[in-house]
Each structure stands twice: as C-alpha cells, then as structure tokens.
Design a protein around this ligand. Structure first.
Ligand code: NCD
Ligand code: ZN
Length: 345
C-alpha cells in the first residue's frame, strides 16, 4: 500500500485570488502547495490592460508569505474593446501569460465579457501569432438554453467556429464539466486542452440539490449528472496531457453564498491536493497524479515544470478547518463528503 508519494510541485492553472482582505487571506492557502497559478482577471472592475495586470500582480506578490516561491501568472480579461497592441506588449514584457474569454453574463463578475465574438477575432488572431493562449469560460448565456446544456452548446455554437477561423490559437477550455467537453478537448493535441477542477471530480448535481440545496457546492459551470463526473475522472486519470488541474478555487464570503441569490464559486485551495490524491487512489491511478497536477499544464503553456517537489503522505485522518476567516467574515472550504487521508508533508 502506497503511503508516501513525491511529486514535482503542482501548479493551479485556474485560480481566483480576488483583491483586498480576501486576497490576503486566500493567497497563502494556494502558495502553501502550489508553485504557480494562472490568476483569473474577473475583479470588479476587471483586469483589462497590461498596466492593470502589472498592478494586480504587485498586490498579489505583497500577499505571498515570506519565503514562498509562489509565482502568480497573470491573465487579461478580453472585452470587445481590448487593444491587441496593449495585450501583445504585456505578453512580450512577461506581465501576462494568457487572456480569458468570458461570454458576457456567463458567471461571477462577467458583465464586461464578450457579446459579439466576431469583435474579438482580431485580438484572437494576434494571440495566435504571438503564441499566447486563450482561456475560455465555455458556456453560452442564451436564455433559451438550459443551464445543464450550456457547455455542450458553447462548443458547437461558439468554440468550434472560433477555432476554425483562428486555427493556430491555443485554447484552454476552463473547468470542463461534461463528457462533451472532455471529448472535444482531446481533438487537437497541443492546440487544445482543458482544465478540470477538484470539485467537479467529486460532486455531481445530486450533491448540490438532493436533501436540501447546498450553496457551497454551487459553482459555474454547475455540476452535471454522474455520467459526466465519471467522464471527468476518466479524463483526469487517463494520463493524457490535454487535461490538467485548474482548481477554479473561487472564494466568496459565506453571507453571499448562504443567500437567497447565492454566488457561484467553490473554495478548494486549501485541501485540493488531499482531495485529488483520494480521487486518483480510488481509481488506482496515483501514478497519473503528477502529470495532471504538475507536468501537463506547463507542457501546454510552454513552461518548465517546477524544479522542486512536494510529498504526499497517508498516515491517518487529515483535518482542515471548515472555514477560513477573512476580517469579520468567513469563507467555507470545499467539503468532499469523505474523510481525507492524504496530506502534504
Ligand atoms: C467564479 C468566480 O466566483 O469568480 N465562479 C465559479 O463558480 N467558478 C467564476 C468562474 O470561474 O466561472
Ligand atoms: Zn473560475
């Protein structure tokens, strides 16, 4: 029985750190285990220029605990007004790593997102030219499309047409939740990849809705039926380099989640590696964990894996605080619904 597992230090290829007191509270939770993270730009107002990304990176750096080598990788929030020259300059200067495409209204703080995808084609063409990946929130927002179908419809109506028009664009399908997403993500190795969250490997829509609504399991894209969760587990544990970890750890204050109109987002930064070791072990796939958390992300982004390692140890029950305190408020940590046994040494 494996009781210890040493891995190249993992990265998180999709993370929300927020700003202000929240930023200061959650950054150490990621910096503890992870070497790098792709930081989402959906602040209010969003991070749309290179100068704003540089300023946000400075605020993040100030929140990293002393002695940590954690590195935030910044993203720009694409709008219909994004200036291709500013974006290309920020990429050339090493300020930003990728740009994020949000369909307007698809998720938390996405009001400034894109309505008419034709309007961003010149920016996407520029990104293809300079080798800058696009991270995409893959859900349509049309009122007539059922929320559980929005990912599959996005692939057909938006993503595939964009990729036909800009075939050299590198695309990361963020936080896929369906078998459709997993199937599409493997159709163009090296050009197309997908991140998978910790929680979508663990919960399906029954966890969210059966026996009372569970606001801390509500996120976007919303968890789907069990067949889709099983497809995600199969993808993550397959050893295929087109799937890698993006936790989408997305903290919200409890008062805003436990609310008549609760916010979308699951906070999983603190216990992600424990949860993933459990999921991969249950599949008999602990040997595939390092690829998913530490190797395939850098490979897709054209970066080196982290030079150092972490060790996971299984030596009895692991307890995490149920809540993180942020000022006078709290943020609830993702509860996988089973006892965790693996911890990061
Ligand atoms: C994210 C957030 O809170 O910023 N919420 C979520 O449910 N995942 C936004 C996002 O990634 O969709
Ligand atoms: Zn997200």
């Amino acid at each position: 029985m494996t009781t210890s597992l040493t891995l190249t230090r993992p990265d998180d290829w999709h993370l929300h750190l927020r700003d202000g007191a929240m930023l200061n509270a959650v950054t150490p939770e990621t910096a503890r285990d992870f070497g790098r993270a792709i930081v989402m730009p959906n602040l209010v107002p969003p991070v749309v220029t290179g100068a704003q990304a540089a300023a946000y990176r400075d605020r993040i750096r100030a929140a990293i605990p002393a002695g940590s080598s954690f590195q935030p990788l910044m993203t720009l929030y694409l709008t219909e007004e994004t200036d291709p020259d500013d974006l290309a300059q920020a990429h050339a200067d090493g300020i930003v790593t990728a740009a994020k495409l949000y369909p307007a209204g698809a998720t938390t703080n996405s009001a400034s997102g894109v309505r008419d995808f034709d309007k961003v084609l010149p920016v996407l063409e520029r990104m293809a030219d300079i080798g800058m990946p696009m991270c995409v929130h893959g859900e349509v927002t049309d009122a007539d499309v059922d929320i559980f179908d929005r990912e599959a419809v996005f692939i057909d109506r938006v993503l595939d047409p964009i990729r036909r028009r800009v075939p050299d664009l590198k695309v990361v399908m963020e936080h896929i939740t369906t078998k459709d997403g997993a199937d599409y993500a493997k159709s163009a190795p090296g050009k197309l990849a997908a991140t998978i969250t910790t929680h979508h490997l663990i919960i399906n829509r029954n966890h969210l809705l059966v026996g009372g609504i569970k606001p801390h399991y509500y996120c976007l894209p919303v968890a789907k039926r069990e067949t889709h969760r099983l497809a995600l587990v199969a993808a993550a544990t397959s050893g295929s380099p087109c799937y890698f970890l993006g936790t989408d750890s997305a903290p919200h204050m409890d008062a805003l989640k436990e609310n008549a109109c609760g916010c979308a987002g699951v906070f999983s930064a603190t216990n992600t590696m424990s949860c993933l070791a459990h999921v991969f072990e249950a599949q008999g796939a602990l040997d595939k964990l390092e690829g998913f958390t530490s190797l395939f992300g850098p490979q897709f982004y054209g970066l080196r894996p982290n030079a150092d390692q972490i060790t996971l140890i299984k030596d009895g029950a692991v307890e995490y605080p149920a809540k993180l305190t942020v000022g006078d408020e709290t943020v609830t940590l993702f509860d996988p619904g089973f006892d965790l046994k693996w911890r990061v040494a």
